[in-house]
Design a protein around this ligand. Sequence first.
Ligand code: A2P
Length: 282
Amino acid sequence: TPKGSCLESVKIAIDTGYRHIDGAFVYYNEHEVGQAIREKIAEGKIKREDIFYCGKLWNTCHPPELVRPTLEKTLNILQLDYVDLYIIELPMAFKPGDAIYPKDENGKIIYHETDLCATWEAMEACKDAGLAKSIGVSNFNRRQLEMILNKPGLKYKPVSNQVECHPYFTQPKLLEFCRQHDIVIVGYSPLGTSRDETWVNVSSPPLLKDPVLNAIGKKYNKTAAQVALRFSIQRGVVVIPKSFNPQRIRENFQIFDFSLTEKEMKEIEALNKNVRYVELLM
Ligand code: A2P
């Protein structure tokens, strides 16, 4: 992101009323997020405990001995004492080192064999040390979740699983499984992504152009984006819409003054194409 735009956006978001901020070391803007939070605390607008910051453990840092130092690095960048949630960003590990995407001479990602359960135990230790209030996962499928849930001596269950989730990719089975296990689904790309061809499958049509979302929006004087977000929160899915535009940051927060009928929820659920925008081909 252009220098400073994240700082400004997070400050506007906090002023608007957002409290949950989804970040990651690999977004390379954690310093700006931390600065925005600290400035808003200094202004007296919020207290640290009002904010819910989620950080992420990157793929090159899965070996258990790297987990705590990696979180400490994030805290140092944020200039905060703890994160509210720390999650394993992806269930697959890359070769540890400075390269975020380590590649061999043929340009292929170099994976790294680690035991996800051992990584999880190191995450548990971070919670015990008070560096993370809660711990969770991201991009985990049911089998990977079960591996953690069935781990002998499990101390803490993942509280959440952050996955792609929106009207074109509704995740009914994973949602039901997570409900049964008290795991909150946090839906990323809730607006259907930025459609950046370098990482998005753009063969799936743009979510916000969908006629059903727009027609329902018209009825409530809301945009397709607001309907998409409302749909997710109404089915218990946490949303983390991304915007660096002040007007859209505010727009995406105006979703608590209307509700969708059961029939509308069903209509939107029926839009599911079961196709991901974010294929994570690496
Ligand atoms: P921008 O940052 O210019 O607002 P997702 O959250 O699904 O990843 O979607 C993010 C993309 O959607 C970004 O390109 C963002 O652009 C755009 N966006 C965010 N909010 C809205 C909105 N209310 N209406 C239309 N586009 C939006």
